[in-house]
Design a protein around this ligand. Sequence first.
Ligand SMILES: Cc1cc2nc3c(=O)[nH]c(=O)nc-3n(C[C@H](O)[C@H](O)[C@H](O)COP(=O)(O)OP(=O)(O)OC[C@H]3O[C@@H](n4cnc5c(N)ncnc54)[C@H](O)[C@@H]3O)c2cc1C
Length: 328
Amino acid sequence: MKDRELVIVGGGPAGMAAALAARAAGVEDVLLLERDQYLGGILNQCIHPGFGLHHFKTELTGPEYAGRFAGLVREDPGIEVSLSSFVLKLSPEKELSYLRPGALEEVRARAVILATGCRERTREMIQVAGTRPAGVYPAGLAQKMVNLEGWLPGREAVIAGSGDIGLIMARRLALEGVAVKAVVEIQKTSRGLVRNVVQCLEDFNIPLYLGHRIARIRGQGRVERVSVVKVDDEQKDIPGSGFDLVCDTVLFSVGLIPENELLEMAGAELDRASNTPVAPDVNLTSVPGVFACGNACKVYDLVDWVTRDSELAGRMAAAYLAEKAGRK
Ligand SMILES: Cc1cc2nc3c(=O)[nH]c(=O)nc-3n(C[C@H](O)[C@H](O)[C@H](O)COP(=O)(O)OP(=O)(O)OC[C@H]3O[C@@H](n4cnc5c(N)ncnc54)[C@H](O)[C@@H]3O)c2cc1C
């Protein structure tokens, strides 16, 4: 088993910012493990503008924002990047196992930063009734299909959830010629940025049904339509308010869940409702020397704040390592 000073899991914006900040704070040996073939995380599929307004004071696309950090990471001789490397295990002693093409590797770290991001909540998690036809996707998965794989999920879509991912996908599908019938939001107001409501829905004449929910998905084999119903202040269905929308595709944009299985394996305490680490401050976990940053720590709206807080995580890990080594 090889010994490493700092191992970072996840090469999205959080992991890259943490790696660079740890190096700037004196950490000499950083191993950055990413399961994908590229650095950049979720930003690689976010080809729309709107990133970096705070951090870079200019508007970038997701890949442009990620590219600025990836360039710096690759140039740093103290950061070893291992792509296609899926971390399977993390022990309380900070021993990690990861699978890379052709090998199972094991390393022992003096400090670990988990920057593993989020996964999407699904239809099952909000308990939508109906059949289980093809054509139902989490919105971020549909975004990956359209922007990275180059194929459309369908021709007529309804989107559940008006957070930023749902709004951005409404516009993205409309730009590709999909008839976006509606965005349906159970809350009384949109959960997304105002600029996204205007630029993604109003500019494309896509109806937004606030205080409504998709009550049932209908169709055999493929989605044929959804039944939408208005809800009251307690989010209970209002009888007689229902109507159907014909569509072949339903996207769910109903929240993100931090991916913290590794943290749990390491024995850290997690808040069961949010799946985030229980700790007195941002980036900390209940296991000394194991830090969590970016969307793994809490769900962020803007990548600029992911960068800011993840740089802090890098400095916190550096301070921990310096203290352990008796340098402070
Ligand atoms: C659809 C969408 C639109 C968005 N639009 C905007 C916007 O307009 N403006 C803005 O500022 N922000 C936007 N955001 C938010 C921003 O992109 C995220 O906050 C940011 O990407 C989170 O960074 P992260 O590094 O924490 O997570 P991620 O980017 O998800 O990176 C996590 C990385 O960890 C890797 N990983 C996970 N588990 C393992 C493992 N076991 N082993 C190895 N690697 C692992 C993953 O492969 C991934 O690369 C958007 C997000 C989405 C999803």
